[in-house]
Design a protein around this ligand. Structure first.
Ligand SMILES: C[S@@+](CC[C@H](N)C(=O)[O-])C[C@H]1O[C@@H](n2cnc3c(N)ncnc32)[C@H](O)[C@@H]1O
Length: 300
């Protein structure tokens, strides 16, 4: 595919991004990832609709195995997808290898850290789907990420992302016990019993989820840590506001309905405020001069 997985642009082959284990371990096993979320389709349809309306191209942060990106490419949209995980990007390549040439050509995958990556171009739609944003932890992470998003948005472009609303059941779960879920057939390890443990750090606002896999056939059990920053909606609104975004719209659970209490996922759509801010903060005389210069340049 034109979008063979490559380094950040211009071509970078440096060290792999330094990512916390809680934001990487779960993505070491993309076959399980795709199996676990195979029925999650509402978000795919939602982002595909937005992409079609935008006309593309689309920049997707945390593109993963291309679960969403492939639908966008099938719909005729060019996608640049950034991800820090080599195994997830390898799975994306495998997924696209089964697609027609025209679809392959639309996918450009870049390995990089969403806090620092720079890719070519500006985009009318930038997305970060399925809790990707919850892999940022500190204020500085958000500042760097949002600054990159703003840099990659075209002037009237929109940034859309979704995240799970913090839920009391998880935040208040007993960290000394594990909670069982039905056994299932793991794509590589056969039938496994499955349990989860939750531990919430209320100062860092980080939820640790431990995924416990216990193969029935006698293979050794394993545990995968997954951490999510818990983002509270009012905090997200403040973060966006103070990081140069405006025109912030909220919907719930991949419908067009405004959020109500009890929503699982919130979908946020906003745009960079810098155009507006720059205009408002420019004195009138400077604005008139800039306009006259632009007109002169157009004539010459
Ligand atoms: C929940 S997955 C979402 C994947 C895909 N968007 C989807 O909906 O299936 C989150 C993705 O974010 C990636 N990720 C986590 N931290 C990252 C970082 N700092 N920079 C780039 N990607 C990151 C992970 O490797 C993973 O593929």
């Amino acid at each position: 595919m034109a979008g063979r997985v490559r380094g950040e642009e211009p071509e970078l082959t440096g060290d792999a991004p330094a990512i916390d284990v809680g934001a990487s371990a779960h993505y070491e096993d993309p076959e399980y990832y795709d199996f676990a979320y195979r029925d999650r389709r509402d978000d795919v349809a939602y982002y595909a609709r937005l992409a079609r309306l935008s006309g593309g191209p689309v920049l997707e942060y945390g593109v993963g195995t291309g679960r969403i990106a492939v639908e966008l490419c099938r719909a005729g949209i060019d996608v640049t997808g950034v991800d820090a995980s080599a195994p997830m990007l390898a799975a994306l390549e495998r997924r696209f290898s089964r697609e027609p040439e025209a679809v392959k050509r639309r996918m450009h995958a870049v390995r990089g850290d969403m806090r620092t990556v720079r890719v070519a171009g500006r985009f009318p739609l930038v997305i970060a789907a399925f809790n990707t944003i919850l892999h940022l932890t500190e204020r500085k992470d958000f500042e760097r990420f949002f600054s990159g998003v703003r840099r990659h948005l075209s002037p009237r472009g929109r940034f859309v992302f979704d995240f799970s609303v913090p839920h009391a059941d998880y935040l208040g779960a007993d960290p000394h016990r594990t909670y069982g879920a039905p056994r299932f057939r793991h794509p590589k390890s056969g039938i496994v019993r499955y349990r989860e443990r939750f531990e919430y750090d209320s100062l860092r606002q980080v939820l640790l989820m431990e995924l416990h896999f216990l193969p029935v056939g006698g293979d050794a059990p394993w545990v995968v840590p997954l951490t999510h920053r818990q983002l509270f909606p009012q905090e997200v609104e403040a973060l966006l506001h103070y990081n140069g975004f405006s025109d912030i719209h909220w919907t719930a659970d991949f419908t067009d309905a405004p959020p109500e209490r009890g929503a699982d996922s919130l979908v946020v759509s906003c745009r960079a405020a810098h155009e507006k801010i720059r205009k408002a903060s420019q004195p009138r005389r400077a604005r008139v001069k800039a306009k006259a210069t632009a007109t002169r340049q157009k004539r010459t």
